[in-house]
Design a protein. Structure first.
Lengths: 355, 139
């Protein structure tokens, strides 16, 4: 077997053999042939460049163009014109076809991303419910032991020294950490829950307003204004109210967190047409870096400091909105703010209807 | 509550049931702990209880099976299910079988105590109603 280096060396030698020289075709002058060969090489170059740029879609009209160049070179003016016309026709039709192809490719890419996201969420869901179960049992024991030790310490209060104060303090800390783990495992179980949503006629404006009021108090304390922009004649939506409430509340608390202090949250509802409604939560907060935008719906992805967030909120939101037959999107600009958009069908196709 | 409720803890995890038992006893609950569904059925046959705290995931007889058996023989006893793994299917099954409450571990003892008291009160109210109905039938 020849080594790759050797083959490469051969390849470079072969390439130096061209262009053709001398009287290869008898009866034709070398000069004439050279002109024709240059035309052919030129046509091939066009073909190759375009081929590399836009794959096979360009082949039909480019080959026709090359053919017409060839025909002109061989002084076949009429056939050349005809080939040129056909080339032009196919170029135009392929261009319009390509617009459709581009659109289809973009749509496919979006769907692929959604599929990957839902597959990721589903596998994490399955895994997490198992983990949560296994972790909750030891947590329960740790929690109870702490309560028991606390009880014992209280009993020994008469002989209280500096040690028992320290012991109480460290047990309080263990209890706090158990609560933290508990919060994660309970959220994981919520996340893994696969029950079908219970669908009811829901007044979306009212639902959103209820959640906005919940956040109002905290917002006022942080000098954050919540601006309401509800569409007055919004149709009732067939959806699972409690699930949707969870999503809206999560987006609102995230917005408060993103702003920190001094800013505006705009909550908007609108009929987006095509049998769908939208809820938008805009904030004037810190924004999300471009490189994180693709990850924010991933489970456990968080930018909050250690211990302040589980990184499950938005992935739960994504899971819920998908289960409700809708979609959730985000747009963000650093230091300017983010917009979360939930799009929901007015008539739900999923879930069990409640009368 | 005037009378301390009698509570039976059923959990295969030894440390969980013994510590919970001690914690409930110091809070004034008359509690006892056993390690399996079968032991629980045997214990209920020989002693009366107001509330049973039942773990869902146990070897041999799981909590759901134990609940079904236990409710057949002791209709008025209230059962609080404790589990590390909550799912709507399990919750629905528990309610269907007559379980009183369904709690996710880890659950603070004070919270559990409130549930136990509410369950015991409900049990007494049901027994009272049954007694009155029988009196009315007798009269």
């Amino acid at each position: 077997m020849e080594s790759p280096q050797r083959i490469l060396a051969q390849g470079s030698r072969i390439s130096t053999v061209a262009p053709l020289q001398g009287d290869v075709f008898p009866g034709k002058g070398a000069e004439d042939l050279w002109v024709r060969c240059s035309n052919l090489t030129f046509a091939m170059q066009i073909l190759e460049t375009l081929h590399a740029r836009r794959s096979f879609h360009q082949v039909p009209w480019v080959s026709l163009l090359a053919l017409s160049v060839l025909l002109f070179a061989f002084h076949e003016a009429w056939s050349g014109c005809l080939a040129l016309l056909i080339a032009l026709g196919s170029f135009l039709s392929i261009r319009s076809l390509l617009v459709d192809v581009d659109r289809a490719v973009a749509q496919k890419k979006k769907l692929d991303q959604q599929l990957i996201q839902s597959q990721k969420l589903a596998s994490v869901g399955e895994l997490s419910s198992g983990i949560a179960h296994e972790i909750n049992n030891p947590l329960a024991i740790i929690g109870q032991e702490i309560e028991w030790v606390k009880h014992l310490l209280k009993e020994d209060e008469a002989s209280q020294g500096s040690n028992s104060t320290e012991l109480s303090d460290s047990f309080r800390e263990i209890a706090r950490q158990v609560d933290r783990c508990k919060e994660i495992t309970h959220k994981l179980l919520d996340f893994a829950r696969k029950s079908e949503p219970l669908v009811q006629h829901t007044d979306l404006n009212r639902l959103v307003e209820d959640m906005a009021r919940l956040v109002d108090r905290e917002a006022v304390l942080k000098q954050i204004q919540i601006v309401r922009a509800y569409q007055a004649d919004l149709p009732f939506v067939q959806t699972d109210g409690p699930l949707l409430r969870q999503v809206v509340l999560n987006l609102l608390t995230n917005a408060v967190f993103a702003i920190g202090e001094n800013g505006t949250i705009t909550v908007e509802t609108r009929n987006s047409g095509r049998n769908a409604v939208e809820v938008l939560v805009k904030d004037t907060g810190c924004g999300i870096p471009q490189e994180d935008l693709g990850k924010i719906f991933d489970p456990f992805f968080t930018t909050k400091p250690q211990g302040q967030g589980t990184g499950l909120g938005l992935s739960i939101c994504h899971g819920i909105v998908t289960r409700l037959g809708g979609e959730i999107q985000v747009e963000s600009e650093l230091q300017k703010g983010s917009v979360f958009k939930i799009r929901l069908p007015i008539e739900s196709k999923k879930g069990e209807a409640l009368e | 509550m005037t009378v301390s409720p009698k509570v039976l803890i059923v959990d295969d995890e030894e440390r969980f049931r013994t510590t919970l038992c001690k914690l409930l006893v110091v809070k004034g609950v008359d509690a006892k702990a056993v390690g399996s569904g079968k032991e629980a059925l045997k214990e209920l046959d020989s002693n009366p209880y107001d509330v049973v705290l039942l773990d869902v995931k146990m070897p041999e007889m799981n909590g759901i099976e134990a609940l079904a058996e236990l409710k057949k023989a002791h209709r008025t006893v209230e059962v609080i299910m404790l589990t590390g793994h909550a799912s709507v299917d399990v919750a629905v099954e528990i309610m269907r079988l007559g379980g009183y409450e369904y709690l996710l571990k880890p659950c603070p003892v004070d919270e559990l105590l409130l549930k136990i008291e509410a369950a015991a009160e409900r049990k007494m109210a049901r027994e009272e109603r049954l007694r009155k109905a029988e009196e009315a039938r007798g009269a």
